[in-house]
Design a protein around this ligand. Structure first.
Ligand SMILES: Cc1ncc(C[n+]2csc(CCOP(=O)(O)OP(=O)(O)O)c2C)c(N)n1
Ligand code: SF4
Length: 277
């Protein structure tokens, strides 16, 4: 076992529940390496997740953790951050958890620019409940709920959160682990709402149904079909269709929610002390 795993995992809960070849363990490792890189105090960090294979990640992490209800991780995380702005709050979520049932929480957390780092494990399906299509399943792809091909068009989740007001947005994959560690580290350092979309292979329910081969084949696909953001800027949209644009997609700091909220509290308290209601 690696030193990072030994240091940060709850050994008593291992072995984990993920299928052989699942990308979620790679992403969990990337989060832990990013935390180590940034040097965050474990006792001042809270990990929050919703429900799903992805959201199991926080259970294995030896931090203060909160496993919440499906889609609601950001609502709980916002509450924690408002009550204790001194804490680092990290949310682990899935594409279904974040973009479907939790979609409204996501856009408003972005709009408010709450100081939360969110890592969305995007395996393109609902893995835990056996592969229903999610808002990130590509058009035409198979799912248990789309046996003749998905007729919905997926969100570009990074575009969505950037437009909603997230101040740091990045995308990586389980293949590009070193880059992913760096992206999560940058997200952790941003004061405000940071979002990292991380592609994760689900060979069991997405790969098998779409004949994408083994977990290794799926990782190879990420390798061949990813385009760094700088290279993407020189290509036209048609060339980028079906590709994964990776790297930092947005960095635009602005007022952070809990600091503004504290300002309101301070103003109200000063008025009270001054005898005005
Ligand atoms: C309110 C509610 N609705 C539905 C479910 C069932 N459910 C559990 S996990 C899940 C899908 C999770 O998918 P995703 O967020 O993409 O994560 P993955 O399992 O693919 O990692 C669903 C629909 C639930 N637990 N609670
Ligand atoms: S169902 Fe998919 S996402 Fe869930 S553990 Fe298995 S491979 Fe991973």
């Amino acid at each position: 076992m690696s030193a990072i795993a030994e240091k940060y995992l709850r050994q008593r809960l291992l072995p984990h529940i993920w299928c052989p070849g699942c990308g979620h363990g790679i992403l969990l490792g990337a989060i832990l390496r990013a935390i180590e890189k940034v040097g965050i105090d474990r006792d001042k960090t809270v990990m929050v997740s919703g429900i799903g294979c992805s959201s199991r990640a926080t259970g294995y992490m030896d931090f203060d953790t909160l496993h919440t209800t499906h889609g609601r991780a950001l609502a709980f995380a916002t509450g924690i951050k408002i009550a204790r702005p001194d804490l680092k709050v990290v949310v682990v979520t899935g594409d279904g958890d974040a973009a479907a049932i939790g979609g409204n929480h996501l856009i408003h957390a972005c709009r408010r620019n709450v100081d939360i780092t969110t890592v969305c494990f995007n395996n393109n399906v609902y893995g835990m409940t056996s592969g229903q299509h999610s808002p990130l399943t590509p058009f035409g792809h198979m799912a248990t709920t789309a046996p003749y091909g998905n007729v919905d068009h997926p969100f570009d989740l990074c575009d969505l959160v950037a437009a909603a007001g997230a101040t740091f947005v990045a995308r990586g994959t389980a293949y590009h682990v070193t880059q992913l560690v760096d992206l999560i580290a940058l997200a952790l350092e941003n004061k405000g709402f940071s979002f990292v979309e991380a592609y994760s292979q689900c060979p069991t329910y997405y790969g098998r149904r779409n004949k994408l081969g083994s977990a290794v084949d799926m990782l190879e696909w990420y390798k061949k079909n990813s385009v760094p953001v700088k290279a993407a800027a020189t290509k036209d949209p048609q060339e980028l269709k079906g590709k994964i644009v990776t790297g930092v997609l947005k960095k635009a700091p602005r007022e952070e929610f809990t600091e503004e909220y504290q300002r309101v509290i301070d103003t109200a308290m000063a008025r009270l002390k001054g005898g005005r209601s």
